[in-house]
Design a protein around this ligand. Structure first.
Ligand code: 5BU
Length: 239
């Protein structure tokens, strides 16, 4: 983030290899991380991974696979390490639901011990952006405690900071122009998320890749988010 002066994550929810690589190429120089849902790519193959990793190295961004793991430890290990996607071999971070408890997190941490693994940490979901979701304050507090108990959890996916400076907060549900979509997604502006809710990184999908000019939209979101982040950090007491 510091090196690139960017706290922008682009959610690359496109459905073909060609679109994903083109988007990564376009937004790569502006972003800190790219977030994928690899299971929505209709023509997934290992060459996509090789090319995406090359772009990640060239443009210096990390990759989050938003797999939202939620199962017993032995199964999340298989899902992360094996199958078609083998995301432990290319993702730097994966997302995990807190609902299955700390043992599932420990199971994923074991996968990262494999010499072929690129996986370096987990983003634990402590809040959701969608209307009517079942996460309440008790669940959220327990998810935060779980994150604090694990050295492998480096941050939370949440709508607001939990106030623990050792955990980065990543916030999806961001748009400068929309309040939501027709399927339950709810949006906040970047400034609201960063300044008011204290988040560190914003995750932006359709507002960027569906924009008339995605490259310009990426630059706009990056600048607004980084300015808001810098201003907030300046106003924080020195610890
Ligand atoms: P959008 O196009 O900016 O609405 O996409 C948001 C992305 O963030 C999408 O990939 C979701 O899977 C992801 N997301 C979310 O929208 N809300 C959440 O609470 C979580 C993830 Br967790």
């Amino acid at each position: 983030m510091e090196e690139k002066q960017s706290n922008l994550v682009v959610a690359a929810d496109v459905t073909t290899k060609r679109e994903l690589l083109a988007l990564a190429q376009k937004v790569g120089p502006e972003i800190a991380l790219l977030k994928t849902h690899m299971d929505i790519i209709t023509d997934f193959d290992w060459d996509l991974i090789i090319q995406l990793k090359q772009l990640a190295t060239t443009h210096k961004f990390l990759i989050i696979e938003d797999r939202k793991f939620a199962d017993i430890g032995s199964v999340v290990q298989l899902q992360c390490r094996d199958g078609m996607y083998k995301c432990a071999q290319w993702a730097d971070l994966v997302t995990v639901h807190a609902v299955c408890g700390l043992e599932s997190i420990k199971a994923l941490e074991m996968v990262a011990d494999d010499p072929n693994a690129t996986l370096r940490g987990i983003l634990l979901i402590s809040q959701l952006s969608c209307k009517g979701n079942l996460i309440d304050s008790n669940y959220r507090n327990q998810a935060i405690a779980m994150a604090q108990d694990s050295n492998f959890v480096i941050g939370l996916i949440a709508q607001e900071s939990c106030g623990d400076p050792t955990l980065l907060t990543f916030t999806p549900g961001i748009s400068m122009s929309q309040k939501g979509d027709s399927l339950g997604q709810q949006y906040n502006s970047p400034e609201h998320a960063i300044h008011h809710n204290g988040t560190d990184l914003i995750i932006v999908g359709r507002a960027i890749y569906n924009a008339a000019d995605p490259a310009t939209a990426t630059q706009e979101y990056r600048k607004i988010a980084w300015d808001a982040y810098k201003n907030r950090r300046l106003s924080e007491p020195v610890s």
